[in-house]
Design a protein around this ligand. Sequence first.
Ligand SMILES: *[C@@H]1O[C@H](CO)[C@@H](O)[C@H](O)[C@H]1NC(C)=O
Ligand SMILES: *[C@@H]1O[C@H](CO)[C@@H](O)[C@H](O)[C@H]1NC(C)=O
Length: 160
Amino acid sequence: MSFACSWSVFAFVSASVQDIVQGFIRDSALLPCESGQLKVNTAHWRYNDSKNVYDILNGQGTTKEQDAEYKGRTETFPAEYSKGNFSLRLGNLQKRDEGSYCCFIPNAEFDLNKCINLQVREKPRGIQEKPGSNSGVETTAERIVSLLFPLFSATVLLCV
Ligand SMILES: *[C@@H]1O[C@H](CO)[C@@H](O)[C@H](O)[C@H]1NC(C)=O
Ligand SMILES: *[C@@H]1O[C@H](CO)[C@@H](O)[C@H](O)[C@H]1NC(C)=O
C-alpha cells in the first residue's frame, strides 16, 4: 500500500469514528477520553472547538478558565489520570449542551484529539435511568462503525 493510500485510510477512519453519547435532560453523561499508551498528564476539554469546559494540567484538574455555563456541572476522575483516563462527566444536561466535545491531549510527537458528539433528549416517561448511566453509547458507536465498514472496505480495496 502506498503511503498516500495508508494515510487516506487512516484519515478516513479517524474522521468517521466519532462516538455519539446520548444523555437525558437533567441527567449526566460520561464523555470518554483515554490517551491509550501515551504517558501524558495534561488534557483540555473544549466545546465546539471554542468554549473551555475543563482543563487537566500536569495531573491537576482545574476549572479556573472554565466557561460559566459549565460551572458546577463538570467532574473528572483524578485517580484515573495516571491510567490516561481523562473522561469527563457533565451534569444537569440541557438541550443547548448538544454538540461536539473534544479532548485535546498535547504531546511532543503528535497531539491527540478525541471528539464526542453529545445528544441530549427528553427522558422517556416511565423509564427509570440509573443516575449517571448512559446506556446506548456503545450501541450507537457500533451502529456507526457497522454502517461505515462497507465504505471503509471499499476505500481499502481501491488502494490495493
Ligand atoms: C475512566 O474513568 C471513568 C470514571 O471513573 C470510568 O467510568 C471509565 O470506565 C474509565 N474508563 C476506562 C477505560 O477505564
Ligand atoms: C455547536 O455546534 C453545533 C454543531 O455544529 C451547533 O448546532 C450548535 O449550535 C453549536 N452551539 C453553540 C453554542 O455554538
